[in-house]
Design a binder for this molecule. Structure first.
Ligand code: SF4
Length: 478
């Protein structure tokens, strides 16, 4: 049978990350004997030594099955691809040629406007893959998508700004609420822009963890609202006639776009209709015997009134969008009057788990962390469950090294090390022009009836749902 999935959606390699990634892990419970000295066990290659009883115990070989899957982006390509049939390169090319698509409810719609939104991480991935500058890669991608039939190619800076501004505001509110009610589950606020992490939280820790997760939508979904609500009105077309494609670093973003929460009954459409990744665009180019360098350059479009020039932008902090840094600096200023707070991270178990602190009068008033990769996420969740988490905010990302190392970024070419490639992407991200949030602030006034309005809350926030085991796709037991 011919597969309806793009080549990248086939099960080819269970290790999808650019760098040597974390291994697939399954925690096992070890029965321990307590000793007076506090020393308990010493872990060995295939078992452990019980220091109290002096006995050596062999552990059974652990079998990893789909039932143990944490929904990290490593193998989402196979196990959950059934959810993303409408999100393949073949489907995208079909929409370009036929100018119609079938939505998630099975309704076929004519397309008046195809909009492609570029996020920075896959643009940098393409720049590195084809040895172009980020600016060249951006305009070549714009030219390539327009040659296929896109009407507008936008960068996602304004949606990233709205997501950051809203998350800053949400953090201040949660911090104050926590002061008023220390038993509440407002803090730590956990980042929400990574669907790999959100999917894992919903499936494995459900109602315990969900209150901690920021309700602010990810940049992809805010961009979806901007395109389907704001832009469609400006272009005088119905939201359903707009086919909105985002260019993202991982397959998890396809699952995020498919969520029912991001389908509007009122507008009768999803916010994002198709997610395409760096690795898939590389395949599309390869199928046409093209390099990105061969594409004609075109300027990005700009749809948000007066403002800064269009282009992918970077932020201080992590290559996943700089959430921790941005919220930390805002909170330091707003809550403690610190206009010049310094962010000096301390690595904990590994560089993918690091923390930063603001002290006032000898007291840690802000303690933030960045936790990348499922091994660190599991440690964080265990700390939370034991009531031992010292954090006010954690930027949680499923991929080791964060979004620049997303599961659908271009792979290293032969002879190139994965680590070196991620470092190159980090350097490119750090050198990008910095975003200002002028257009986003104007949109609050022009589109959302101001900060803190009911409309802003409805458009920029979402909800999460504990997934009952029986509801899980393919009836997988987690
Ligand atoms: Fe996708 Fe970024 Fe999450 Fe990785 S860390 S799964 S690239 S959103």
């Amino acid at each position: 049978m011919t597969s309806r999935f793009s080549g990248a959606l086939q099960l080819t390699d269970l290790d999808d990350f650019i760098t040597p990634s974390q291994e697939c892990i399954k925690p096992v419970k070890i029965e321990k004997t307590k000793s007076k000295t506090g020393a308990k066990i010493k872990i060995g290659e295939d078992g452990y030594f019980d220091l109290s009883s002096g006995r050596e115990q062999k552990l059974q070989k652990v079998e990893i099955t789909l039932a143990d899957c944490l929904a990290c982006s490593g193998c989402i390509t196979s196990a959950e691809s059934v959810l993303v049939t409408r999100q393949s390169q073949e489907e995208l090319l079909r929409v370009f040629s036929e100018r119609k698509y079938t939505d998630s409810k099975g309704v076929t719609k004519n397309v008046s406007l195809v909009v492609i939104s570029l996020s920075p991480q896959p643009v940098l991935s393409m720049a590195a893959r084809y040895k172009l500058s980020p600016e060249e890669a951006t305009s070549k991608l714009a030219g390539y998508f327009k040659s296929l039939g896109a009407d507008m190619v936008l960068d996602m800076t304004v949606a990233e700004d709205l997501s950051l501004l809203e998350a800053q505001q949400e953090f201040l509110q949660r911090y104050q609420d926590q002061q008023n009610d220390p038993t509440s589950k407002n803090l730590p606020m956990l980042a929400s822009s990574c669907p790999g992490w959100v999917c894992y939280a919903e499936k494995t820790h459900g109602s315990f963890i969900l209150p901690y997760i920021s309700t602010t939508k990810s940049p992809q979904q805010i961009m979806g609202s901007l395109v389907k609500q704001y832009l469609s009105k400006k272009k005088e077309v119905t939201p359903g006639e707009v086919y909105h494609v985002t260019f993202m670093p991982c397959y998890d973003k396809k699952l995020e776009a498919s969520r029912e929460d991001f389908y509007s009954e009122m507008l009768n459409c999803h916010d994002v209709d198709c997610v395409i990744t760096a690795i898939e665009v590389e395949q599309m180019l390869g199928n046409s015997n093209m390099s990105l360098s061969d594409a004609t350059e075109a300027a990005l479009d700009w749809a948000w009134g007066d403002g800064e020039p269009a282009g992918v932008k970077g932020r201080a902090g992590s290559g996943s969008g700089g959430y921790a840094d941005s919220i930390f600096l805002h909170a330091a200023e707003q809550l403690f009057g610190e206009t010049n707070a310094q962010l000096v991270y301390k690595n904990l178990r590994n560089p993918d788990f690091r923390e930063v602190t603001l002290e006032k009068d000898g007291k840690e008033v802000l303690k933030f962390a960045i936790a990348n990769g499922f091994r660190n996420i599991q440690n964080l969740v265990q700390k939370l469950k034991r009531g031992k988490s010292p954090y006010h905010y954690v930027e949680v990302m499923a991929c080791p090294s964060g979004c620049l190392n997303g599961g659908a970024q271009s792979r290293p070419v032969s002879g190139e090390s994965g680590r070196a490639l991620v470092q190159q992407l980090e350097a490119l991200y750090a050198a990008l022009p910095r975003a200002t949030d002028r257009a986003a602030r104007r949109l609050y006034a022009e589109w959302l009836d101001g900060r803190d309005s009911d409309k802003a809350k409805a458009v920029l926030h979402t909800a999460y749902h504990a997934v009952e085991k029986a509801d899980i796709a393919l009836n997988i037991k987690w």
